[in-house]
Each structure stands twice: as C-alpha cells, then as structure tokens.
Design a protein around this ligand. Structure first.
Ligand code: ATP
Ligand code: MG
Length: 326
C-alpha cells in the first residue's frame, strides 16, 4: 500500500527558492509513488498580518505556483485548507489535550511574535495544533518540510501519542522529510531563513524575471575579500549554485574560492543566469496557467472534495473514540 504524504504552504506571498528547495522539490519526488495531499494553508496564512482584499489572490498565486512547479492534480490532491473545515474540528479536539506551556516554547511562535509584536493572537499560538490536525486527519506517514518546521512535526507526534494513549491507537507516527537544502538563508541577512513574509528584496521568487533575479543577487550579502573560509552568506550562494546551477559552474567557483581568486560579482552574475534558466519552464507554465483561472479553481474544488471524503472518515472515528456520539 502506498504511504500518505501531506504538506502545506501558507498563502502569505509568492513562493521563493527556500520553499522550492526545502519543500516543493521533495513534493515532486514523492508524488511519483505516494498518495500525496498538498494544500494552500490559508487558515495558517491569517495568523500573521494580511490584507482581506489581497488574500484571495495570494491563495490563487500559491496554487498557481504549485501547479507550475509540477504538482500534478491527476496524481496528487491539491486543495485549499479552508475548503476542508474538518481540519478545524480535529484541531479543537487536539487543543483540548495540548498543554499551553509546550506551545509557548515553539521557536516559530517566538519568532513570529518578535516579528509582529502587535499581532500576538491565539491562532499563532495554536498554529502547531492546527498543523497536527492538517497532517493527522489524513493519517499521513511522511511530511516533506524545511528545517524550520521540525519542532511542529515533533509536536504533531506528541499530540498523536497523547491522543492514542488516552483514546486508543488512532494516529500513526509521522516522519519529517528534509531535502538537501532544508534551510535556505535570506539574501539580505544570512542569519535568517529566506521567508515570504520578510519582504521581496530578501528572497528570489520562483516567478521573478531574469532581470529581477540579477538585481536581487547583485545586492545579496557576500564576503569582502577571501579568507579561505566560507561565511554563511557565501555558503548560501554556493548551495544555490550547487542545487540550481550548472555543475561545471559550481566546480569552477568552488576551485576559485579555494585558490582565493573568486570574484563575487561574477559568481552572482552566473548564479543569476543559472537560476533564471532553471525556472524558465516554470515561468512559461505559470503564465499559461494564470490565463486559465477556471481550470485552477476546478482543480482546487475537485481536490477539496477528495480531501473532505478522507477527513470525514477520520473525524467519524475520532468522535466515536472521544465519546462525542449519541
Ligand atoms: P512565511 O514567512 O509566511 O512563514 P515561509 O517562506 O516561511 O512563509 P511557509 O509557507 O511557512 O513559507 O513554508 C512552506 C514550506 O517551505 C515549509 O515546508 C517550510 O519549511 C519551507 N520553507 C520555508 N522557508 C524555507 C527556507 N528558507 N528554506 C527551506 N525551506 C523553507
Ligand atoms: Mg513559514
């Protein structure tokens, strides 16, 4: 029997190289031989500041990015989280067995409240509980994610264990699947991960034009001179070149770095061209798809229907086990 895979992306902006390398690249591998469910997690998207006039477009944009990157709706379920309200029902039951103190210790919660001190809401605190419900409602075995999500997967397993212990074995143990570039750093601050919500100058979007990619990389932080050792900023650019660039370019620049003859302006130029080439088919497909919004909506609505059918079964079992049935 094929294993089930679940993962989600917040509708908080355009997808960037971190999302692609850390998550989507694994999705494409896994969809070949697993039952995959990928979602635009819009309920998570509203836990940080958002504009109600823009959210619809953001949801559609993430769906377009998924499809243009190669998520195949014939093979995988692609849906919007809020179209499957049973996630919230399960999340409520989980929240009743989850200690508040453990949620307050989650690093992403601490980061987000630092980023938005005027926006410390309950949804942000219970984010990992909803994420546990997102995953466990499909009894997923594998969750491909970036490194920043590992504490959430740990939390998912804790919640599953607590539920199973109290109400009987219901949920499987979940495995996080990390890719080779599980933490791509910001272009402007190599101490922070690349994020949709940190502003468009700090990331390269999958849909950026070759010119924009060139301009953004030109301003990216690098070392001054060569000391032989790579700083995190340079390491990040080399990682991008290794994963997205032409093999010979990576070897050439690595050798130049070792010799101390590297010119970062040249590295950035070549890297920009390689990234632009890598995503050329993506840009074409995305343009085609954005001219067909009805097709995208149809994919999402069919995906939601399939997801609801699975979620309904799990909730039936959960309510029976918890004793919430007459
Ligand atoms: P936001 O700033 O709104 O939280 P984000 O860029 O962190 O946006 P998410 O929607 O939270 O994106 O995450 C989607 C997926 O991409 C997750 O699996 C996450 O771990 C992964 N991911 C996000 N940023 C990176 C990164 N810099 N490197 C590798 N993986 C990443
Ligand atoms: Mg995030």
């Amino acid at each position: 029997m094929k294993q089930t895979v679940f993962s989600g992306i917040r509708s908080s902006g355009e997808l960037h190289l971190g999302n692609y390398i850390g998550a989507i690249k694994s999705f494409l591998e896994l969809q070949k031989d697993h039952n995959c469910i990928f979602m635009v997690v819009d309920y998570h998207g509203i836990t940080t500041p958002f504009n109600p006039k823009e959210i619809k477009q953001s949801i559609l944009n993430v769906a377009l990015d998924y499809l243009a990157a190669g998520i195949n709706p014939e093979k995988s379920i692609l849906a919007i989280q809020s179209d499957v309200p049973k996630h919230l029902e399960l999340s409520w039951i989980f929240s009743a067995i989850t200690p508040v103190a453990t949620l307050q210790r989650i690093p992403t919660f601490k980061e987000k409240i630092k980023q938005h001190p005027d926006y410390v809401n309950l949804g942000l605190l219970s984010y990992p509980v909803l994420m546990a419900a997102d995953i466990l409602i499909y009894k997923a075995a594998i969750v491909p994610v970036g490194e920043d999500q590992l504490p959430h997967i740990e939390m998912t397993n804790e919640i599953a264990k607590r539920f199973n212990g109290r109400f009987g074995k219901t949920f499987p143990n979940v495995k996080a699947k990390l890719s080779d570039g599980a933490k791509i750093m910001s272009l402007s601050d190599p101490a922070k991960k690349m994020s949709k919500s940190h502003g468009h100058k700090t990331y390269i979007a999958l849909n950026d034009s070759p010119q924009i990619i060139k301009e953004k990389l030109k301003k990216a932080v690098t070392d001054i001179g060569t000391t032989g050792k790579m700083t995190p900023a340079t390491k990040n650019l080399f990682l991008l070149l290794e994963i997205l660039g032409k093999k010979e370019h990576y070897q050439e620049f690595l050798a130049e770095h070792r010799k101390g003859t590297i010119k970062y302006s040249k590295l950035k130029k070549v890297l920009a061209e390689d990234i632009a080439d890598y995503f050329a088919p993506f840009r074409t497909r995305r343009k085609e798809l954005s001219a067909r919004p009805d097709y995208v909506k149809k994919v999402l609505s069919e995906g939601a229907e399939k997801a609801r059918a699975i979620a309904r079964e799990t909730m039936k079992e959960v309510k029976e086990k918890v004793g919430l049935v007459l």
